[in-house]
Design a binder for this molecule. Structure first.
Ligand SMILES: [Zn+2]
Length: 201
């Protein structure tokens, strides 16, 4: 079960904290809203720790990116493999994906899970991944803005929002379904208004 309304509001909250908004969204500005969170490449992490990039891949159990959460200090270190994410859209998606796990509170939920084994609130990892992908798509390319940006094709999505070609195809399909089914909500108005206002900053 994805917490769509919760995530929509998380994105709105981040948008209202950003000093300005322009697309493709500047992920460094999003990161600067999270003072307990640092971004580093696999390559730099390997240098500092005198190990190989392959060691970092093994440590992260991912070729593209991962996040280390220090429960005691409540600090996050996002690691991104620059070699594996040389495509602009893919790298952005990977970074936004790791930001998503952090702001959705997945690391904290996992830590609680490990302590309270019988917790009813347990969410399995597959649910986290689906929820995070919903977050990333909403953060990078909010559907209520598509009309104003005159989005007609996957290529338009790629050019405007900086998604990869593959992610843009998926997003276009989601947009078509959304156009057929959605009812206008307060969130939709709010996101359009905050973007209008922040674009002028
Ligand atoms: Zn993930």
């Amino acid at each position: 079960m994805i917490r769509k309304i919760y995530i929509n509001n998380l994105v709105l909250k981040l948008y209202s904290q950003l000093p300005r908004i322009k697309y493709p969204l500047d992920l460094n500005e999003v990161l600067s809203l999270l003072p307990n969170c640092k971004l580093m490449s696999y390559q730099k992490f390997a240098d500092i720790n005198h190990c190989s990039v392959n060691d970092v891949i093994a440590l992260c159990q991912s070729k593209s990116g991962c996040t280390h959460y220090d429960v005691e200090t409540n600090r996050y270190l996002i690691l991104v493999n620059l070699a594996e994410t040389s495509n602009y859209g893919r790298r952005r998606w990977t970074i936004a994906h790791e930001i998503g796990h952090i702001v959705c509170g997945h690391h904290i939920l996992s830590a609680v899970d490990k302590i309270a084994e019988n917790s009813f609130a347990r969410i399995n990892n597959q649910d986290y991944e689906i929820e995070v992908d919903y977050f990333v798509a909403t953060l990078l390319s909010p559907l209520p803005l598509f009309k104003a940006f005159e989005i007609q094709s996957a290529r338009d999505i790629q050019n405007t929002f900086g998604l990869s070609a593959e992610a843009s195809d998926i997003r276009l399909k989601e947009y078509k379904i959304w156009l057929r089914n959605h009812r206008k909500t307060a969130w939709e108005n709010d996101i359009v208004n905050v973007v209008k206002y922040k674009t002028l900053q």
